[in-house]
Design a binder for this molecule. Sequence first.
Ligand code: AMP
Length: 175
Amino acid sequence: MDLANHVRTIPDYPKPGILFRDITTLLGDAAALRVAVDRLVEACVGLRVDKVAGIEARGFILGGAVAHQLGAGFIPLRKKGKLPHHTIAVEYALEYGVDSIEMHQDACAAGERIALIDDLIATGGTAMAALELLGRTGAQVVAAGFVIDLPDLGGSARLRGREVPVTALIDFPGH
Ligand code: AMP
């Protein structure tokens, strides 16, 4: 199945010049959703993943399904102010703006093996912030999986430069 056919592209959203890659069409198609989750799971098989970390919000949908299939736990990496207990945070630059992500400081422990999941990697700012957050606990990110890579923006190369194996199901050229 060519998953690219299930992604809807919205020009100039959320601001002029951005081609927004909307995966709600993929999520809404039972067969495409199953294929996407299965392919992300395949990339983690044999890696002894303890927990899947998903980035708010679309990374929760995919990451939760991947964690279930792997028999792993799930860690929500959330926008600022959403988590109720003690948190650690890292600021990062988005393709369109600046933001920060947080996790509970006890969400994972030193030595745990983590798979990072999100819908899309662009500049890699979000994923690198996630890598830093998880790394602060002493956990190790052993895989990163995305439905979509925008390779021209360099994020997947940045992650690979940090020795994190990256799997992306679809590459879109440009931004
Ligand atoms: P980045 O930090 O630049 O790698 O951006 C990745 C994050 O921003 C992901 O959580 C995506 O959901 C979102 N994002 C960035 N660019 C796009 C895009 N062109 N279409 C859809 N989502 C995007």
